[in-house]
Write a protein that binds this ligand. Structure first.
Ligand code: FES
Length: 91
């Protein structure tokens, strides 16, 4: 199972995540306060986060992320980022 380390306001929470779920789905299932104003449809960017480690284990950026201007560096939309392995996610 992929290990996802969420860092929220400096506090780390490590979760065993199910591969194939989105970062948003895993966050919501474990009480991590990731916003999702559009319900995970890629139209609001309230789920924007940083994948500070393990970007190679995330799905490639998609058209919805490009459309929201999330195109560079470690920034991703949590709802559009599918987990394929260990990563660290900063909110
Ligand atoms: S929840 Fe709206 S863009 Fe991800």
């Amino acid at each position: 199972m992929p290990k996802i380390t969420f860092i929220v306001s400096g506090k780390e929470t490590v979760i065993d995540a199910e591969a194939g779920k989105s970062v948003l789905e895993v966050a919501q299932a474990h009480g991590i306060p990731m916003e999702a104003a559009c319900g995970g449809n890629g139209f609001c960017a309230t789920c924007k986060c940083k994948i500070s480690k393990g970007m190679e284990n995330a799905s490639p950026r998609n058209d919805r992320e490009e459309g929201m201007g999330v195109t560079e560096g470690t920034d991703r939309l949590g709802c559009q980022t599918v987990i394929n392995g260990d990563m660290t996610v900063e909110l």
